[in-house]
Design a protein around this ligand. Structure first.
Ligand code: ARG
Length: 458
């Protein structure tokens, strides 16, 4: 490739450290598409003859067919996907292949190929997130009225509905979808034509290549274009945030599937057994989703650290941008599919959830609120009175609703019969009608909105 200047070939280890073909062969479709767009533009602008441009495009199609059939040959001597493709092209069409690299450099080429790949990855994640949102919404609708304990500090706090809890997951995933959508908008400018770093003197048409490749337009600064990897970092940061959400959801599945909780049962298809303990039914998929989040965040850290000290414009360190993005994407796609599958097939033990909601004094706040509302007691005082009622119920080994009115009156004479209407878990969730609260009516409204947003593709 640079034989004009060099007398000797590279040392074997030099060849090995320099080569990216073992991983960047994954860019082959993008490399062919961007090369065809470039060749067609060179033809259209008269930089190449129409016949040469056509020969190059046809040759690239033939190379693509070979790749699709046989895979990309991993020739370390050819270094990367760009050189492998150009060499294959020369084998097909002879020396005219050497004209393809006019007004182009591998620096703008790799930036373009990688952007195209990351854009496809973002689109794949977007559809994975949609599938997950549909799955969550369906289960939430099914359980809009199912009462469960809501937790803070993992302590029973106030009753909520399972539908409300699941819709909290939906909100997390909806924000992830919007993060990927934002990143895609920012990504969508085409670096092709920035050449090595300074642009080119050939009368290229950057708007044409940008349009053919589905970009909104060409990038504005050639130096930035070949050194910018923000789009990869945007992808990774959105992926990390999403993985973090999936991990928190997975953690809840693990907790809920444990015997002391018993909130969910995983079907055989989503559990593993133990080689030694026959009673075991382990939530391995959820644990691995939780585990993969660590690896995805690691990939993000890796690329941030690769980029942090680099001067403009291209440095070879940037070749290391691809493995973490590929790894993170594979892990995220798998995690999304696993989480969607689990949510679709979980059995929710609503009887168990209800029993726990009823046992943890979860309606204590309702008693305090009743004192504020019906007896005009200041909230702080109501909190204190309620604390005494909880203490009494604890001593008697019963729930708040099981206390006798005379016992409650013994704590505070302002308590009346009417208090019992707010002490049940159903009354409690039904009363939480503030916007975004757990009342089943409100949850149903949020579910309807989520369905409409999904149908409108937002
Ligand atoms: N394989 C290289 C990469 O992935 C392509 C760009 C090489 N450019 C260069 N000037 N050596 O980054």
């Amino acid at each position: 490739m640079w034989g004009g200047r060099f007398a000797e070939g590279p040392a074997a280890v030099m060849r090995e450290i320099n080569a990216s073909i073992p991983f960047d062969k994954r860019l082959w479709q993008q490399d062919i598409a961007a090369s065809k767009a470039h060749a067609a533009m060179l033809g259209a602008t008269g930089i190449l003859s129409a016949a040469d441009a056509q020969a190059i495009c046809d040759g690239l199609d033939a190379v693509a067919l070979d790749y699709a059939r046989d895979g990309v040959p991993e020739d370390l001597a050819l270094e990367d996907i760009h050189m492998v493709t150009e060499t294959r092209l020369a084998e097909k069409i002879g020396s005219v292949a050497g004209r393809l690299h006019t007004a182009r450099s591998r620096n703008d080429q790799v930036a373009t190929d990688f952007k195209l790949w990351v854009r496809d990855a973002m689109d794949a994640v977007a559809s994975g997130l949609r599938a997950l949102r549909w799955a969550i919404v369906a289960r939430a609708e099914e359980h809009a009225d199912s009462v469960m304990p809501g937790f803070t500090h993992l302590q029973s706090a106030q009753p909520v509905t399972l539908g409300h809890h699941l819709m909290a997951w939906h909100e997390m995933i909806r924000r992830d979808a919007s993060r990927f959508a934002d990143a895609r908008v920012r990504l969508n400018q085409c670096p092709l034509g920035s050449a090595a770093l300074a642009g080119t003197g050939f009368p290229i048409d950057r708007a044409q290549t940008a349009a053919v490749l589905g970009f909104d337009g060409p990038t504005a600064n050639s130096l930035d274009s070949v050194s910018d990897r923000d789009f990869a970092l945007d992808y990774l940061m959105a992926a990390s945030q999403c993985a973090l959400h999936l991990s928190r959801m997975a953690e809840e599945v693990v907790i809920w599937a444990s015997q002391p909780f018993g909130f969910v049962a995983l079907p055989d298809a989503w559990s593993t057994g133990s080689s030694i303990m026959p009673q075991k039914r382990n939530p391995d998929a959820a644990e691995l989703v939780r585990g993969h989040a660590g690896r995805i965040i690691g990939c993000t850290t890796a690329l941030m650290i690769t980029m942090k000290g680099l001067p403009l414009a291209y440095s070879k360190d940037m070749q290391d941008d691809k493995p973490p993005v590929f790894e993170a994407h594979d892990l995220l796609a798998l995690s999304l599919a696993a989480m969607t599958g689990m949510i679709e097939s979980l059995t929710f033990r609503t009887d168990r959830m209800r029993a726990l909601a009823e046992s943890g004094f979860a309606t204590a706040t309702d008693l305090a609120d009743w004192l504020v509302r019906e007896a005009n007691v200041p909230f702080r005082e109501a909190h204190h009175i309620t604390g005494q009622a909880v203490k009494l119920a604890e001593a008697k080994g019963c729930g708040l609703a099981d206390l006798a009115l005379v016992d409650l009156k013994g704590i505070d004479p302002r308590i009346e019969e009417g208090v019992f209407s707010v002490l049940s878990v159903d009354a409690s969730v039904m009363s939480r009608t503030s916007h975004g609260g757990t009342a089943p009516s409100g949850v149903r409204t949020r579910i309807a909105e989520a369905r409409m947003a999904l149908e409108r593709n937002t």
